[in-house]
Design a protein. Structure first.
Length: 271
C-alpha cells in the first residue's frame, strides 16, 4: 500500500502530464523516497516526497534545480536535461518538475576514475553559471532541521563544532549531493542528475559526498579527481553529520526508522 506522499505525488504528476498531453494512462513509479519519480512516456515527473518534510521552501529549491540543469544542458555538460516546460508546476501547492526520460544502464558500475573525471567536467561547467544560488548549504540546512523538527539537541552542538573546523576555500556552484547514485550511465556517457541540493561552496563538499559513498571506493575517486582538492577531512565530517541529521528527517516520515537514526547519532558521536 502506497503512503500518502506517493499517492499525492502520482496524482499531481498525472494532472501535470494531462496539461501537456503526455501519456498518463499508466504512470510508472520509478522511485518513492526523497522524491517520487513518475514516468509518463518520454517524460519523468519529479515530485517531492521526504523532501517536503525537509524543506519548507521546497518550491525554491526545485526552481534552482531547473534553472541550473537547464543552463548546464544548453552547454552540453554531463547532465540529464529537463523537459522544454520543466516547471515547477503546482498542483494543490505540490510542485512538479518535468525531465526527459533518458535510457541508462542501471547495472553499470562506474570506476572511481570515471566518476572523478565526470565530476571535474561538471564542476568546470558549474563555474560558468551566471546566476545567484540562493541556497542554504548543509550547515544552515542541518540547523533548520534541528530547530524546526525538534531533533536531538546534541546535534546542534555537533554542527557548531564541525562548522568551526571547516577550512576557508574558494567557493563555486556545486552539485550538492555528488555521489554515484546521482550519476547514470547513458549511451552518451555518464550524466549527473538531482541538483536540488546545489549551493555555492568549496569543492571539498562535493568531494566529501563522493569520499563517503558506499557505492564504490570513494577515496580512490577523490584521489583521481584532477587538481588539488584541499583539506578534505572536515568536509567529510560535515557530510557524515549531515547524513545523521537526514536520517532523523526520514524518521519524521517513517517513524519506524527512528531507532536507526538514534543508532547513527551514537555512532557519530563516538567516532
Amino acid at each position: 500500500m502506497e503512503d500518502r506522499y506517493v499517492a499525492a505525488a502520482v496524482a499531481a504528476a498525472v494532472e501535470v502530464g494531462n496539461r501537456f498531453h503526455l501519456p498518463t494512462e499508466y504512470p510508472e513509479v520509478l522511485a518513492r523516497r526523497s522524491n517520487v519519480l513518475v514516468r509518463l512516456g518520454a517524460v519523468v515527473a519529479r515530485v517531492p516526497g521526504t523532501t517536503l518534510v525537509a524543506r519548507p521552501r521546497v518550491l525554491q529549491s526545485l526552481a534552482r534545480e531547473v534553472a541550473l540543469s537547464s543552463f548546464l544542458a544548453m552547454r552540453d555538460a554531463p547532465v540529464i536535461p529537463p523537459f522544454e516546460s520543466p516547471g515547477p508546476h503546482l498542483v494543490d501547492d505540490l510542485p512538479v518538475t518535468l525531465w526527459r526520460f533518458t535510457r541508462h544502464d542501471p547495472d553499470h558500475v562506474f570506476s572511481p576514475a570515471e566518476v572523478a573525471w565526470s565530476l571535474a567536467e561538471l564542476h568546470a561547467a558549474l563555474r560558468e553559471f551566471p546566476g545567484e544560488l540562493d541556497a542554504p548549504g548543509p550547515v544552515a540546512e542541518a540547523r533548520s532541521w534541528i530547530s524546526r523538527l525538534d531533533l536531538p539537541a546534541e546535534l546542534a552542538d555537533e554542527v557548531d563544532a564541525v562548522e568551526a573546523s571547516l577550512p576557508d576555500a574558494p567557493a563555486q556552484p556545486l552539485h550538492g549531493d555528488a555521489h554515484p547514485g546521482n550519476l547514470v550511465a547513458t549511451a552518451s556517457g555518464p550524466r549527473w542528475l538531482d541538483f536540488e541540493d546545489t549551493w555555492t561552496g568549496p569543492v571539498g563538499w562535493d568531494l566529501a559526498c563522493l569520499a563517503t559513498t558506499s557505492r564504490l571506493d570513494g577515496r580512490a575517486a577523490v584521489a583521481a579527481y584532477p587538481g588539488e582538492p584541499g583539506e578534505l577531512e572536515p568536509w567529510v565530517r560535515l557530510r557524515e553529520l549531515f547524513a545523521v541529521c537526514w536520517r532523523f528527517v526520514i524518521a519524521r516520515r517513517f517513524p519506524e526508522r527512528l531507532p536507526e537514526a538514534r543508532a547513527e547519532l551514537r555512532r557519530f558521536t563516538k567516532g
